[in-house]
Every structure is written in C-alpha cells, then in structure tokens.
Design a protein around this ligand. Structure first.
Ligand code: TYD
Ligand code: MG
Length: 408
C-alpha cells in the first residue's frame, strides 16, 4: 500500500527536487484554473462539492471539453446519468469532442481498471456517492462505501499520475456521507456555491495542497452553460438603482479579490407584536448585534420595525468589514434617505459603536476606484495609515454616530 501512495520512498535533500518539471494542465476556463492554483497537478485528487443542481456536472463537462480541445484525452465516468443524457447535455453546451470519452459506471473495480486500460490524461467521477465497491456489503453512498472508494481512487491517482476529479453532493443534514467526510483524504477541495434562483455561482477552494485556499472563481449560469465572470463587482452592481433609500455598496474580500456588493435593507413598521428579522446572504446574529448597537448609540427605534436584508446577486458576505455597510443600509431605509451616489462604505463596528480598522484596505479602495466610485468612507484608523489615496476621496469615520452625520 505504502509503495503505491508514495513512489518516492528514499529520503532526498529538500533542495534537490526539480520543481521546474511540475507541469500543470489548463482547462482554459481561467476562473477554474486560478482556483485550482494555476491548473491541474498530475496525480492529484480533487473533490468538487456542492448542492444538487448547482452546476457541478456542467462545470466538469465544460472543463473536460477545454482539455479535449487542446488534444488531451479525458474520461468522464457518470453514475448518475446514462451516456445518452450526458451527450444531450454536452451538445447543449457545445462541448462535443472525440477526445472526451464517456461511460456510465458505478462499480469501483471497473472504474479502477479504466485508469490503466484507457489511460486518460484527466478523469472525472460524477459522483462519488454513486460509486460502489462489491467487496463491501453496505449501499452506495454510505460512509464506508464513500470512504473506501475515495481511498482506493486516491491510491490509483498517485500510482498512475492521472489527475482525477470527484464530484460530491453536499447531503442534507442527517446524511453524513457527504464531501466533508472526504476533505482530509483528497489533495484539493473545491466547493461550488450559489443560490439556485440566481445566476451567479462561486467556486471556492477550501483546501489545496497545490495552491492558495483564498481563491474564488465567479461564474454565471446561462442557457448554454457556465460563463466566466471576469469582473464580479460589475456583475453584482449591474442592476443597482442609485439614490434608492436602503441600498448601499460595500467591498468584501473574497479570497485575495475585493468584490463590490450591494446591500439592501428595508425597515418598515411592525404591524404585529414581535418585529421580524429576515436576513439573506448575511450573518443573522451579526445583523441583530448591529441593530442593537444602532438602537443604543443612534437612538433609532428599530424594535418596532421589521427588518429585511439582502445581498444582491444571491451571494453570501461574511466578514465584519461590511458592518458599516449593514448599518448604513438599515439607517438609510429607516430614515428614508438615500446615500449619495458613487459612495462606498467600509468598516467593522464594535459594541460601543466605534468603527474599527479592517484588513486589505488598499485592495478594497483600489477596487472601489476601479468601479468608478468617487467617495469612500473608511475607518479613521485605516485612513491614518494610508499612504496613497489614488485620486479617490477617502473620509475617515470613528464612530457610527459620526458616520450618520457625514452620510446623511
Ligand atoms: P448540473 O450541472 O446538472 O448540476 P449538478 O451536477 O451540480 O447536480 O446543473 C443543473 C442545473 O443547471 C439545472 O437545473 C439546469 C441548469 N443548467 C442551465 O441553466 N444551463 C445549462 O446549460 C445547463 C447544462 C444546466
Ligand atoms: Mg450532476
């Protein structure tokens, strides 16, 4: 077993390893290659997890097509669809090449032998939950089956050097044989996320032995498959109606990339006893905390208001740096005053109402400027350390109450 998992078993000096020869295969889908850390490393096992119907199979077919177009032979093994269904889908995606081989198979032993008989350059198994080892008595998709199959596939990719993708459905709570179980076994774990009612999809690296885990790729689901979104900020702001009370633009870091997003809030008088809080795309508790700070520090009577919040585009934003964005959006709706055009608000808010410094301020401000905004409210402590302002008007804020005065 050990000789399979590590072909190199003699200790060698660390500086004697030739990294120049590490060749990565590119799918040609730039967002995908970047999230992988610059392409596919030979012998690596990559897990792509996500909710059913989010677009994992679509992404895989398009990636394989990209590889096939460069002359690579690729193998797509499906346990979920018949080869007829796969070919219908491929036609729809205009991804048909004779370099793409497809097979419908769930037997692990047959799949393993395909590595050696077919010798593809890249292989995809869609999905790991359908793979079945006849040596075990448990059903496909069970913990023992999924674990055993992944283990043996891992050994096979190391032995043959054929990089392989495993597609894994994120299972509903209760069913445990989902991708989480496999995270520690594979080299790279990517999650494909998004809201099925929206067109945007985000591919996120959560583990990568061959690259950074900070990267994300943004896609748009269209009639003919997934399209790369080269400028996520522009996409997320495309339908913004300026001068609408309750709307504010903030910058969130997604990995190493700042992305501008529009936050929307609606504060309206509660008609029934308890006020409602409906929060989409943001952390519920974080919003509740900020609303409490606003009550106390700004004297805004939000207890008798329902509050609805949303991040436009169906994406999730989860970092304290958008606190000031949340506070301004709620205040804007509550006061029924819009925030001036071409303005972005950034900053973390503490429990005493102080605005705290945030990370990556230079990157964020650069993106704000790039997207044509002229004014940016940032924490005072960040402003004091900024060396360059690049022709954008930066306004430092120390507390939420001070922010309200300058914003409205
Ligand atoms: P799919 O890749 O089958 O999802 P998964 O493998 O993650 O379960 O994609 C499913 C959804 O994507 C399906 O509801 C329809 C939509 N879709 C498009 O909108 N356009 C397309 O070109 C394709 C192939 C799918
Ligand atoms: Mg699928």
């Amino acid at each position: 077993m050990s000789s399979l998992s590590s072909p190199q078993s003699e200790p060698v000096p660390i500086d004697s390893i030739d990294l120049e020869n590490e060749k990565r295969l590119l799918t040609g889908i730039k967002e995908f290659d970047r999230v992988l850390g610059g392409g596919i490393v030979s012998g690596s096992l990559i897990l792509i997890g996500g909710d059913p119907g989010i677009g994992k199979s679509t992404l895989m077919i398009q990636a394989l097509d990209g590889l096939a177009k460069q002359g690579h032979k690729v193998l797509y093994i499906s346990g979920e669809e018949s080869i007829k269904q796969i070919s219908i889908r491929s036609k729809r995606l205009s991804a048909v090449s004779s370099n793409v081989l497809i097979v419908s198979e769930i037997n692990l032993d047959s799949i393993l032998s395909m590595f050696e008989t077919t010798k593809p350059d890249v292989l995809v198994i869609d999905s790991i939950q359908t793979v079945f080892s006849p040596d075990l008595t448990s059903a496909p998709g069970s913990v023992s089956q999924v674990r055993e199959s992944t283990m043996r596939l891992m050994l096979m990719t190391k032995k043959t050097g054929i990089p392989s993708f495993l597609v894994g459905h994120v299972t509903k709570e209760g069913a445990i044989a989902g991708p989480r179980l496999l995270e520690h076994m594979v080299d790279t774990v990517l999650y494909f996320e998004g809201d099925q009612n929206h067109v945007f999809r985000i591919l996120r690296a959560v583990k990568n032995r061959f690259g950074s885990t900070n990267e994300i790729g943004v896609f748009e689901m269209k009639e003919k498959g997934l399209d790369e979104v080269a400028s996520p900020s522009a996409a997320f702001l495309s339908e913004r109606s300026v001068n609408a009370p309750g709307s504010v633009v903030t910058a969130s870091m997604e990995g190493t990339r700042p992305i501008l997003v529009e936050l929307q809030a609606l504060a309206s008088r509660t008609s029934l006893g308890t006020p409602r809080r409906t929060i989409l795309g943001l952390d519920y508790n974080r919003v509740a905390l900020l609303v409490a700070v606003m009550e106390k520090k700004l004297g805004m009577h939000l207890m008798d208001h329902d509050i609805f919040m949303n991040v436009v585009g169906g994406i999730k934003v989860d970092e304290p740096a958008v606190d000031m964005g949340i506070v301004s959006a709620v205040a804007s709706s509550f006061l029924d005053k819009s925030i001036r055009d071409k303005t972005v608000v950034l900053g973390e808010v503490g429990l005493t109402g102080e605005v705290r410094a945030i990370g990556h301020i230079e990157n964020r401000v650069a993106e704000v400027k790039k997207m044509g905004f002229t004014k940016c409210f940032i924490p005072e402590s960040n402003l004091n350390h900024m060396t360059e302002t690049n022709g954008i008007k930066l306004i430092g804020i120390k507390t939420v109450s001070e922010a309200m005065e300058v914003l409205f």
